[in-house]
Design a protein around this ligand. Sequence first.
Ligand code: NAD
Length: 292
Amino acid sequence: MNKILYGKSIADGMMRKVAVEITELKKRNTVPLLMTLEVGEDPASKVYMTSQRRNAAKVGIELETIELAEGVSQKRLLGVLDNINRDPYISGVILQMPLPSHLDAKMAQWNIDRFKDVEGVTPYNLGRLFLGVPGLMPCTAQAIAAMIKSTGVDLRGKEVVVIGNSDIVGKPVAIMMLKEEATVTVCHIATDQKGYLEEHVRRAEILIVATGNPSLIKGEWIKEGAIVIDAGINSVDNGIVGDVEFEEASKRASFITPVPGGVGAVTVAYLMKNVVEAVKMQQTENSLGKKV
Ligand code: NAD
């Protein structure tokens, strides 16, 4: 029997737990504050910000936004980040992407305080992920791993194929799968250009896709019984679709995520969870002299 993996039930359960933790923090006079920093105007990031605001309100996280002009200099941006880093009332920071092209996005992200890095984008937190040490990890990768776990599958030795190798989705989720002792293949644009995508997809017992290309993965390529996680979000004429041909793929998959209604909802729940984790790290690890 095929099963559609909706994100809502996992997200709702997590949000309830996060809300309880925040109530406890507030009893101890800690009110988590998430600062979002936006440079210029980007319609896609506006949609994500609305969802961040709604979900923060649901769990009792305060959220404030700093808007910087499109033409802001790198120096000024780093100055604003520095102020956020030093502000003891701010628990976490999101630097909304994309940044205008004259800015160095990586350099800006790397200047976020490692214990306020709720999107898990600093080398420190990515290093912790690499080494298997708990920390602030990229939210979409965590969401994907949680959805796979929710199926009850034993990942050990399984053929996991990840399509897309970005720093926020493909690479971190590949590391998470390796930690579970899966056999992991990471494909990307060059795999497609060389014509090898189909053969990798065909042998995937667990397929994770995050590329931003509608219908890139043909339904007929899906291995019978595979678990298919589609993180792609693409705006097309008749709405939002993922990167996988859902209808055909769902005939073959044992579990498959829909788009919308799949990974996205769980991602934002992990963002809220990361705010709580950030507060805990600030309260414990800072006092330990920032040791891992
Ligand atoms: P990105 O542009 O940083 O990376 C895209 C990756 O896909 C690259 O590794 C590239 O090599 C690969 N790719 C591109 N075209 C390909 C092709 N034809 N064949 C194989 N690989 C190809 O993107 P990203 O930030 O990782 O986002 C990817 C997708 O995931 C987008 O649709 C984005 O909207 C979505 N996304 C969803 C969530 C969520 O919460 N659901 C979060 C982040 C990103």
